[in-house]
Design a protein around this ligand. Structure first.
Ligand code: GTP
Ligand code: MG
Length: 343
């Protein structure tokens, strides 16, 4: 993607350029992603001035065909949607659920209790996205925001090998950013623009998107602040996905705890902020050794469930159960209980 410098904008001189670049805004795409309110907050410039600059940038990019215009015909939207890429999950079952794979220009949220496979799903996508378009990938790199220290290169190596790909090359195209606290996690994303452009990133992972916010903002008194910050983070994810035509995947944990007195047990921790922003939401559930994935709300997918497994090759199709002897009685499905502390 072309890197259009700020001083190509009429009325933006060296002083403003300097002020913006000190705040981590280096080109026009950054202006669009951050938006006028935030730009005014971080640079101290008047909100009106920031609005003017962002409007000019938007117009510049729209005129040069790099961004959708403000008023567009449905056929233009259709055209832009035709540019949506899909990352195959490498499994028939999840590709069916996702109607081909994880989409670009969208945020896909995966939620479920611990050990249900959210991180394994992310690792698998890190490899799959690097396949060519013909093979179900997007031929691009990954930016992986790891807030739980659960990114494991060894897993990437085994998933790459299982797919007959060169592990070294696959690892080279994954940039990992370890987030130490929620403010740091937000900062990483705010500054991601340059890396996304330079490294041809096609997949952005936030694993977990919500965990740090949850551990730092405890109690009901801090809830609105937490939701506001989380809201900002999640919206940034969506804007980046739309602006750079890349896929964003965020994970979110559902608590499995007995001390639940209210709320929907399968509601994710992020609560409504995440729900209303995600374009796709998938719920993962453990069922013995197998996993169940359900498409929860999507503008155009039917709500359905599929069964998958986890193995050396990452997320895999379930083995043929008919050939396997079952020694144990089938257990009743575990019930998930969640603390919906976001309501
Ligand atoms: P939290 O981050 O704790 O919320 O969980 P998660 O949903 O991210 O779970 P994760 O993706 O880490 O899944 C863990 C599951 O994957 C466990 O059941 C592991 O047994 C399984 N798993 C991880 N690595 C391998 C592997 O190399 N082979 C196999 N067969 N299973 C694995
Ligand atoms: Mg995890």
């Amino acid at each position: 993607m072309e890197d259009i410098k700020l001083d190509s904008l009429e009325g933006v001189g060296p002083v403003t350029t300097r002020k913006l670049s000190d705040a981590g805004i280096h080109n026009m795409m950054d202006l669009i992603v951050r938006g006028p309110v935030e730009i005014s907050n971080i640079t101290g410039m008047e909100k009106e001035t920031a609005e003017k600059i962002v409007t000019k940038a938007r117009k510049y990019l729209a005129d040069s065909g790099q961004l959708a215009k403000d008023f567009v015909s449905a056929s233009d939207i259709y055209k832009r949607r035709q540019e949506i890429g899909k990352i195959s999950t490498g499994t028939e079952c999840l590709d069916t659920l996702l109607d081909g794979g994880v989409e670009t220009q969208a945020l896909t949220e995966v939620y479920g209790e611990f050990g249900c496979g959210k991180t394994q799903f992310c690792h698998t996508l890190c490899v799959m996205v690097q396949k060519s378009i013909e093979e179900g990938g997007l031929g691009g790199g990954v930016l992986y925001i790891d807030s739980e220290n659960t990114f494991r290169p060894e897993r990437i190596v085994s998933i790459a090998q299982a797919n007959g790909m060169d592990p070294q090359r696959i690892l080279d195209n994954i940039i990992v950013a370890r987030a130490y606290n929620s403010a740091h996690q937000v900062l990483i994303l705010e500054e991601a623009g340059t890396i996304i452009r330079e490294s041809d990133i096609k997949l952005l992972v936030a694993d977990s998107a919500v965990g740090l916010f949850r551990s730092e903002y405890l109690g009901r008194g801090t809830l609105s602040e937490r939701q506001q910050k989380l809201n900002h983070f999640v919206h940034l994810l969506v804007r980046i996905a739309e602006t750079y035509n890349c896929a964003a995947v965020a994970t979110n944990q559902v608590m499995s705890s007995p001390d639940v007195f209210f709320g929907d047990p399968t509601k994710p921790i992020g609560g409504n902020v995440v729900a209303h922003t995600s374009t796709y939401r998938i719920y993962f559930k453990k069922s013995g050794k197998k996993r169940i994935a359900r498409m929860v709300d999507s503008p155009h997918h039917p709500e359905e469930e599929v069964v998958f497994s986890i193995g050396e090759a990452g997320i895999i199709d379930p083995e043929d159960t008919k050939t396997k002897k079952t020694t144990k009685k089938p257990k009743a499905e575990p019930t998930d209980t969640a603390k919906d502390d976001a309501t």
